[in-house]
Design a protein around this ligand. Structure first.
Ligand SMILES: NC(=O)c1ccc[n+]([C@@H]2O[C@H](COP(=O)([O-])OP(=O)(O)OC[C@H]3O[C@@H](n4cnc5c(N)ncnc54)[C@H](OP(=O)(O)O)[C@@H]3O)[C@@H](O)[C@H]2O)c1
Length: 285
């Protein structure tokens, strides 16, 4: 069974839609380059880097709501609408991709913001919109692609499909594990000083920052970003699409600079920060 260079066809009967898709891919690429440069110059002011500049990013809104808005609206609601209303190809492979994407975004857009323990209950509106608008572009592109691409009937056995899904799942597990490890660092106390353990202890303003330890944290400062990057690389391999590739590039354009800023922040903050750790990629970067 030979491997086709391009295992799908896209918009066979609609050239205009094809070129709109390619135009949006190019826009996504340019946005990734701009993001990379801007995030190197200054990390977006939320979390560890919130500082006084957050005030320049518009009014403050509830942080949990902000993350739900920026990730669940494009990643879940819009994605499903585009897939069903705009897409015109729905084979099993397309549904598998839909399920993988939704696994990530139901978690990232709903469960994660509801369960994490943020230091601050508020986030600047500009940060929320700065996530929302790029997400709309990239999520539209990916929903449009997986809702419309007609994959070859033997694509299940294609090494790109199998390896891509394995890599995606691996990244998903790393991302989840790493974010919940961070969550476990903040154990809120009751009034008489006892540590609370229930899932409901996701109160904002719990406490400060600690050195995360164990697993991948022994070799990198940001395994949550590393895991997510691995996920999108797996996604672009499995879907074999420009939409997936440009989304993975945008992820890299966010994670490369932010992990570097986080890593240096840890080194400044903690004198005893383990010196062998890298920022994002074990032993390399
Ligand atoms: N696809 C994309 O373009 C994209 C972009 C950004 C993020 N994400 C994903 O979104 C998720 C969250 O990202 P993020 O930038 O918010 O991650 P983060 O800065 O690592 O923070 C995650 C959570 O852990 C807490 N935390 C971080 N370091 C801690 C420490 N040393 N001690 C105690 N608590 C700590 C944070 O609290 P505070 O909020 O109080 O700092 C926050 O609640 C990740 O899974 C990431 O992959 C995706």
């Amino acid at each position: 069974m030979g491997m086709q260079a391009i295992p799908w066809s896209l918009y066979r009967d609609d050239e205009t839609r094809f070129w709109v898709h390619i135009g949006l891919v190019i826009l996504g690429f340019l946005l990734s380059v701009i993001t990379l440069i801007a995030q190197w110059a200054k990390p977006a002011p939320y979390g560890k880097h919130e500082g006084s500049e957050a005030g320049n990013w518009g009014p403050m809104i509830p942080q949990r709501l902000g993350h739900i808005f920026s990730d669940a609206i494009p990643g879940v609601l819009m994605f499903i609408l585009v897939f069903y209303l705009y897409g015109d190809s729905r084979g099993t492979v397309n549904y598998i991709f839909l399920a993988l994407w939704l696994c990530h975004y139901i978690h990232r857009g709903i469960i994660h913001p509801l369960t994490m323990r943020y230091r601050s209950g508020q986030v600047a509106l500009g940060i929320t919109l700065g996530g929302f608008f790029p997400n709309c572009l990239f999520h539209f592109l990916n929903a449009d692609f997986i809702g419309s691409a007609v994959y070859a009937s033997n694509y299940y056995y294609d090494p790109r499909f199998i390896c891509g899904i394995v890599i995606f799942v691996l990244g998903f597990v790393i991302n989840r594990w790493a974010d919940y490890k961070l969550r476990s660092l903040r154990r809120p106390k009751t009034e008489d000083g006892k540590v609370m353990t229930s899932l409901q202890t996701n109160v904002d303003g719990d406490s400060g920052y600690f050195i995360p330890r164990g697993g991948l944290y022994e070799v990198i400062s940001c395994p949550n970003y590393f895991g997510e990057l691995v996920e999108w690389l797996g996604w672009s391999l499995a879907t074999w699409s420009l939409a997936g590739l440009v989304w993975a590039l945008f992820g890299a354009a966010t994670f490369l600079p932010r992990s570097w800023h986080n890593h240096n922040w840890y080194k400044r903050q903690f004198e005893d920060y383990p010196s062998q750790r890298k920022a994002l990629i074990p032993f390399i970067y």
